[in-house]
Write a protein of this length. Structure first.
Length: 131
């Protein structure tokens, strides 16, 4: 899946498509809640990974354009650390919420949080880019 994503990324410019990629990610996440059965769920997860990799690659390229070469290594290191911390906190929150609420509810809330944060960051990035 990563190879397919990298081939697509090398052949197309996704710099203007971050909003569409985030919408695609959100749609696939919402569909994974609705679709019954293990096979359709696994198919949606595989389909989710392609825009997820494209989104991540485009964010890395955008970050490289904004930061200078000397700063880039520090930024990548810092973003990796922050990403790991956010992942651990997210899993911790899922574990705690899963003890008190049904998993479908927890999944829907986390999808809404992801979509809200992604939309906020896209709007803020677009506004900063226009200035």
């Amino acid at each position: 899946i990563a190879i397919v994503s990298n081939v697509l990324f090398s052949r197309h410019d996704f710099s203007k498509s971050l909003g569409r990629l985030a919408a695609c990610l959100g749609t696939l996440m919402l569909l994974s809640v609705i679709v019954p059965g293990k096979f359709p769920f696994l198919l949606l997860v595989v389909m989710y990974l392609i825009p997820f990799n494209l989104y991540g690659s485009q964010l890395a390229v955008s970050l490289q354009k904004e930061a200078g070469n000397q700063v880039m290594a520090s930024v990548i290191s810092f973003s990796g650390t922050v990403s790991s911390i956010v992942s651990v906190i997210s899993l911790w929150v899922v574990g705690i919420l899963n003890d008190h609420f049904p998993f479908d509810y927890v999944e829907a809330v986390l999808i809404l949080v992801f979509l809200s944060l992604s939309s906020l960051l896209l709007v803020k990035y677009s506004a900063a880019e226009k200035q």
